[in-house]
Write a protein of this length. Structure first.
Length: 260
């Protein structure tokens, strides 16, 4: 589905490390999602403080905000127009995803290419990416995600970024659309495993470029392919390590909260 860019969380996962409450970092990124002749560009801001992350995205002039609260074991979608916060339990979401597409069945590869380049003043190393999510029991139909990531490991904010990522992977946070649609859940599994695989690389992904497709033949494969095929790009334009206000990571006072 074409709306998946805003829910990709740009994360790198590392070995578990102690979470420091003073760990603050903010990334501003451009996003680009293309399916056929249609292209949607946007801007996303990722704010991290300790074990909490907030994603603010704008696409087609439509803003969305999601808070990933690792200590609370919840993701929170904020709707400013309705002053409403929708809470989703991490354990239930992970169980749903595991029931449809077990992590053990997914194939992931992250391979250094040896290429380097400088992006926003940072030296970045390229890694080739490949994810395959079987969508049928016999594995003949599978969602694929291929591409590359340019990683910066020696820049301010890397340690703080890694701290949140470590806490998120330990808590088994799922990154992707909130939908329970079976096709979109396969995309969510691919996105989640892709960023988990970046964990051993240590650093911030300055650029992630992926192409989503379907491996398979027949009518079902063509239907799924039409729904998910396309390319996705996120690119960091600035990194800040200035302290972030605590109230960015909580539901504003007076808002209505509901659970799903």
């Amino acid at each position: 589905m074409f709306s998946r860019v805003c829910s990709r969380a740009v994360l790198a996962f590392v070995m578990l490390a102690p979470v420091r409450s003073t760990a603050d970092v903010r990334l501003v990124e451009t996003t680009r999602d293309q399916a056929g002749s249609k292209t949607i560009e946007g801007v996303r801001t990722t704010s991290i403080k300790g074990a909490r992350m907030r994603l603010d995205a704008v696409r087609n002039n439509e803003p969305t905000t999601t808070i990933y609260d690792v200590p609370a074991g919840a993701t929170i979608a904020l709707e400013a127009k309705k002053k409403r916060a929708t809470w989703r339990d991490v354990d239930r979401r992970n169980a749903k995803l595991e029931g449809e597409y077990p992590r053990a069945s997914v194939t992931v590869a992250v391979t250094p290419t040896g290429a380097t380049k400088t992006l926003v003043g940072a030296l970045c190393r390229e890694y080739a990416l490949s994810v395959r999510v079987p969508m049928t029991k016999d594995g003949r139909l599978a969602l694929t995600m291929t591409g590359s990531a340019w990683m910066a490991s020696d820049v301010p904010g890397t340690e703080d970024y890694d701290v949140f990522a470590a806490a998120a992977i330990e808590r088994q946070i799922v990154f992707g659309l909130a939908s329970d649609n079976k096709i979109l859940l396969a995309v969510t599994r691919a996105q989640t495993e892709l960023y988990r695989a970046l964990g051993g690389l240590h650093g911030i992904p300055y650029v992630v470029e992926t192409a989503t497709n379907v491996d398979g033949k027949g009518f079902l494969a063509s239907v799924v392919r039409k729904a998910v095929s396309g390319t996705q790009t996120t690119e960091v334009t600035s990194v800040s390590i200035a302290p972030l206000a605590d109230d960015l990571f909580v539901v504003p006072a007076g808002w209505k909260s509901e659970k799903k």
